[in-house]
Design a protein around this ligand. Structure first.
Ligand SMILES: Cc1ncc(COP(=O)(O)O)c(C=O)c1O
Length: 486
């Protein structure tokens, strides 16, 4: 078997091998039960070392495409030949300009919080990272507090701890984003960064462009600031750029809000070309951009540099967070802001809350300085990939044939389009009665309606995923029949 390897590509060699084999499986060149070349044979054929092949095979295993048999080698799984359902989006999608935001974000958050306190709930609704053991946490927190003991009884820098900002600056280089510590603002979660920047840039009545569907928390923020919203449909490649240009021309919006990597809720990552065009359009139509890449560090594959890295005119603000990689309760996010906007936003932050808790900052500093963070990211990606495969597998088996879903290459969510004949609200309520919580897709559309869909978090154990998806699938069949006969 010959897998072409191109060492000039930025894509690591093990991923090239994984992708080559995965394509062969999808194209039918490798069939269920076929044996893959041994690690030694593959290493020889592709002229790489054996460790690289082992890495490629373990990713394929985590993808649910192959399995190892003790002493016999690696084999193609039986289930992968079900043709993957296409990543489709409702064909009748249109631009959404809502009259008013009818959804109470508080109510959604309260329902999730209530469900979180139920002991046996299967939580497909929110996506949080796996817990860290209490002993590890205590050790890190003890060391962290020691490093800032003399600063606990005074106020600290509103921009954030200088060492932490230096560390974030170094971290961002790995994404291809170069930002000096003076361009980084540490915030109370990335939500605060979104909030401070939007409140500063957007006046009541201003037009703001969002992806449709989009992160529901940001839609509520726009409602709060009195913005008028234009929802540009998402395609499998990201926001529809032709429609974006039309609306930039006709409505002259102040701001575009986008998630370029692992979009919430669809899980889509845009290409470099898409990012380039978006920033060109923003410059051409004199528009700000907020790039909110909360899930960026959870990508399984290498991703293109953020839009902020392509921004030469200080038009783009980048927001990131440790909520999805360490823990949300630290409330630690950050923004990259260049040009004059930086000082204006720091002043706003000062008026809001002076600065982020120095204890939270010290804990993150400790993670970043010890290599714990790198290990944590590796382990999260591995677990998430296994859980995503478990969910894809379960969806194939339990969901109606007319349903389709995205196959995100990371993050915590996938987006399922559901046939219109299913009464989704009835499914949601009946699922909750059986301790399965899901986010209705409607919450992610600017008009809080959109097309019938669900956002499912795969940050669950494989057993819970199997059980929860089976319950949802069974309810969909039940409420499908009902809505057809009604
Ligand atoms: C896309 C996106 N942005 C921002 C946030 C806010 O994260 P935090 O304020 O915890 O950093 C979330 C949380 O769910 C999110 O999904």
């Amino acid at each position: 078997m010959k897998i072409p390897i191109d060492r000039q590509l930025s894509e690591p060699v093990y991923l090239q091998i994984r992708n080559g084999i995965s394509h062969l499986i999808q194209a039918g060149g490798l069939k269920p039960g076929d044996r893959l070349p041994s690690i030694r044979e593959m290493a020889r054929a592709t002229e790489v070392n054996k460790l690289t092949v082992i890495e490629a095979y373990s990713v394929l295993e985590a993808d649910g495409l192959i399995h190892a048999r003790q002493g016999a080698g690696y084999f193609i799984n039986q289930t992968v030949m079900t043709p993957p359902r296409p990543t489709t989006f409702a064909p009748d999608q249109h631009v959404i300009i809502p009259e008013a935001d009818g959804l109470d974000f508080q109510a959604v958050a309260a329902a999730t919080l209530k469900a979180d306190s139920e002991p046996d709930i299967i939580q497909f609704s929110s996506g949080f990272p796996q817990a860290i053991g209490v002993e590890d946490l205590q050790r890190i927190a003890r060391r962290a507090i020691k490093t800032v003991a003399d600063r606990l009884f005074v106020h600290n820098h509103p921009q954030g701890d200088p060492i932490l900002r230096e560390q974030i600056s170094q971290l961002l280089v790995q994404l291809g984003l170069s930002a000096t510590p003076d361009q980084i603002l540490v915030t109370n979660g990335s939500m605060q960064a979104l909030s401070l920047v939007t409140q500063h840039l957007v006046q009541p009545g201003d037009w703001v462009v969002v992806e449709s569907p989009a992160f529901h928390g940001y839609l509520s923020l726009l409602n709060q600031v009195g913005a008028r919203v234009i929802g540009i449909p998402m395609t499998a490649e990201g926001m529809n750029l032709e429609l974006l240009e039309q609306y930039l021309q006709s409505h002259r919006p102040k701001l575009i809000y986008t998630i370029s990597t692992l979009q919430n809720p669809t899980g889509i990552t845009t290409s470099l070309a898409h990012r380039r065009r978006l920033v060109e359009l923003a410059e051409q139509y004199d528009c700000w951009v907020i790039e909110d890449n909360a899930y960026e560090w959870l990508s399984f594959d290498a991703t293109p540099p953020p839009i902020k890295a392509l921004d030469t005119r200080d038009r783009v603000v980048y927001a990131g967070t440790f909520s999805k990689t360490l823990m949300p309760a630290l409330r630690l996010g950050y923004a990259v802001i260049t040009g004059d906007l930086y000082t204006a936003i720091v002043e706003r932050k000062l008026l809001h809350d002076f600065h982020v808790s120095i204890v939270s900052q010290a804990i993150v500093r400790e993670y970043l300085s010890t290599g714990h963070y790198r290990r944590r990211l590796n382990s999260l990606r591995e677990i998430n990939q296994q859980n995503r495969s478990a969910m894809l597998n379960a969806l194939e088996r339990h969901f109606p044939a007319e349903a389709s879903w995205t196959v995100p290459k990371g993050g915590l969510f996938l987006w399922v389009q559901v046939p219109a004949a299913i009464d989704l609200e009835a499914v949601r309520q009946a699922a909750l009665a059986q301790n399965v919580l899901v986010s209705p897709g409607a919450a992610f559309f600017p008009d809080r309606h959109g097309y019938p869909a669900l956002r499912l978090s795969f940050a669950q154990s494989a057993e819970d995923i199997e059980r929860g998806i089976a319950i949802l699938g069974q309810l969909m069949t039940q409420f499908h029949r009902f809505s057809q006969s009604a």
